[in-house]
Design a protein around this ligand. Structure first.
Ligand SMILES: [Zn+2]
Length: 264
């Protein structure tokens, strides 16, 4: 295996998706990236090879290296390095007041939240390796161009909780919610914190979630086209009022949905 010097210089902040593009090369059959102990298999399209790297919210700013293994015809391999600079980003703190049952959980609700977590994690383990999508991602609510609170530190009824893992979009109860891109419905259901929720697998490690819905209009396993209606916004679960919580995970980490391809 030959080690070749630096291939690409990348930069991103915690909570960002970083697009990696590599040009076609003769006889190149596969490219695998290794980032934070995770193997990421690059996909190919008309333009070359691409992958989405995510910088999780708790990654410390500083210089990092991403290993890349290039596999060519005839079992030839080359190892290269991508430099990734993680730049700092300060997220504000939001203080919220919700029904006390969502902050001081009863034993029944603790159990329910733990069961929800297990069910969601089990679904996450069944995602597709190849991308279902090829076009840019879109905002799931018509007429909304930006989110407001991804990554905000959160204090519920004076108690600190995990940072906000998605972005809240303004949406009255009954507003149509559409798939951000092509994908398969991974899971639907009613959950303690999330309320009525739809989880969509876009393949290649990309998942989107639509929480607090008033109604769910799709079934598990269904293939959705980009922009297809999947539910109606509402105020179910841990909320202060009606809105759409739109979350995105890339290879297991929370990212700001507005850093996906199509928004930058
Ligand atoms: Zn939210």
């Amino acid at each position: 295996m030959n080690v070749i010097a630096l291939l690409l210089l990348l930069s991103g902040y915690p909570g960002q998706t970083v697009v990696v593009d590599i040009a076609f090369e003769p006889e190149l059959e596969a490219v695998t990236l290794v980032w934070q102990s995770q193997e990421i298999h690059m996909a190919s399209d008309n333009a070359g090879w691409f992958a989405l790297l995510r910088v999780d919210l708790d990654v410390k700013p500083g210089p990092y290296e991403v290993d890349a293994v290039f596999r060519y015809a005839g079992n030839r391999q080359e190892r290269r390095t991508l430099a990734l600079t993680v730049t700092p980003k300060a997220y504000p703190t939001t203080r919220l007041t919700v029904e006390p049952k969502y902050v001081e959980l009863s034993p029944e609700n603790q159990q329910r939240a733990a069961q929800d977590r297990k069910r969601i994690d089990a679904a996450y383990a069944t995602t597709a390796a190849e991308p279902y999508w090829s076009d840019a991602f879109i905002v799931p609510v018509a007429g909304v161009s930006g989110g407001r609170n991804f990554g905000h530190r959160r204090v519920f009824n004076d108690q600190p909780r995990a940072p906000h893992s998605g972005t809240d979009l303004t949406a009255a109860t009954g507003t149509e919610v559409r798939a951000t891109n092509r994908g398969r419905v991974l899971l639907t259901g009613e959950f303690f914190f999330n309320g009525n929720a739809v989880f969509v697998d876009h393949g290649m490690g990309v998942l989107s979630m639509y929480l607090h819905l008033s109604s769910i209009l799709v079934a598990q396993g269904q293939l959705l086209e980009r922009g297809e209606l999947l539910g109606l916004a509402g105020a179910t679960g841990r909320v202060t009022g009606p809105h759409l919580h739109w979350g995105v995970k890339v290879t297991g980490a929370r990212v700001d949905p507005f850093t996906l391809p199509g928004f930058q």
